[in-house]
Design a binder for this molecule. Sequence first.
Ligand code: GAP
Length: 515
Amino acid sequence: MSDLFKNIVSHSKEYGFIYPSSEIYDGLSAVYDYGVYGSELKQAIKEYWWKAMVYAHENIVGIDSAIFMHPRIWKASGHVDAFNDPLIDNKDSKKRYRADVLLEDYMAKIQGKLDKEIEKARKRFGDGFDEKMYRETNERVAGYQNQIDEVNDKMNDALRKNDLVALKALIDSCEIADPESGSRNWTDVRQFNLMFNTQLGNIAGEEGKLYLRPETAQGIFVNFLNVQKTSRQKIPFGIAQIGKAFRNEIVARQFIFRMREFEQMEMQYFIQPGSELDWYAYWKEKRMNWHLALGTSPDKLRFHDHENLAHYANAAVDIQFDFPFGFKELEGIHSRTDFDLGSHQEYSGKKITYFDSDLNESYVPYVVETSIGCDRMFLATMSNAYTEETVPDAEGKDSSRTVLKLPPALAPVKCAILPLIRTESGLTETARKLFNDLKFSVNCQYDEKDTIGRRYRRQDAVGTPYCVTIDHQTLEDQTVTIRERDSMSQERVPIIKVSSIISEKVSLEPLLRKL
Ligand code: GAP
């Protein structure tokens, strides 16, 4: 873990954003609880997504389907047979790894050496450094690059062909050792299904085997006919859903990046066959704009085309975010063809078609999907916001602060109400009255404990964008100061205007209008 990442993890715990699950029992690996502020931030992320997808599009409607579904659904979707990761065990340490992750880590190590060489050369040659030429001509750097390319090609080829023997041979030939024990005593590579299962109460054996859904999408597909009928939508139209998903990840690490229980925000867009690549391009752009509207720097986001397509897709791309551990998948956009509806039609024996009055024909609709993990979006938002900086204190001296520069519309607490001095007569009463006026329109916090400087720092640490201070001047002229979190500048405004000023500043509406 980089220092930045460690600091984000400990800040999240200390300030009530994320707690390890079951902590008093030493935790449960890759499962987390959202705390006092985390639950608010997560809720705000979901609201931003839901309004951008459902409210902003007349032709997108929302549902909330159950986590348990008929077990044949997972046969039809391909998850029973193909939702696997290649697994390898180390015979000495008894630790279990994903074969592809061991190879990726191996390549990342070589990449690290390569980056170091480039940095050294940059320092040596100064402004005149031609990185492209250096990469091509420096033997050591070119050698590292060839090594990475060769391993990457072989790994992707083996994954595409589902060739587990070739994957094992590659791990052996790279002489990859168990990162914990250093042992190279590996088992063969086997497929490991990622679905959790449980048993229905009143049916024994395979018949009663239930799965915890590994994606929310199938709840949308199996409700296609219901939703189309009740919403009277015409193609193209979308169905959106936010809900829990479960995957028995072999390698669960990097905090909430890869969890065993997580939440997805998915939208399936039903379209005419043949139009899928146009809609795929459309949703790529739309979804990237959703991220950018939050003020995320464009160089922190990029598209990454899939090299190995999932069993249901004919095109797929990730929106990657530059997490503290590098660029990684934040969201996926997939052209799923008619695979899912077609397959449910076959397995259920029920006709799942749409009569298109424009074309005067019936067909199984094609689908373009947008799928983002709520928890990954949470981590991206925290990574973007977490800032340690030096700022002047009340006496003008340097002091350090940790501040979450969250977009105001997503901040867990929108506004803090702070009477300057608790004991000064009239201040707490006025502050309480303001708090009671504001509390039904925005989430605000009343705080009268400690010095005003300490209270500001406490609010900075949880990302509160505005602090309203009630001081003795308030009692004279009914004005208060509003302090803005990032600039720390203060503005004096009439107390009766506070509610409308804050509500406007923290509203989601301007973000949604940008989309
Ligand atoms: N319905 C398509 C689907 O599930 P996916 O790429 O497997 O596609 C979509 O998952 C998104 O769900 C990912 O981009 C990621 O944000 C999130 N996600 C997937 N597995 C996750 C995990 N184990 N922990 C947290 N988020 C996860």
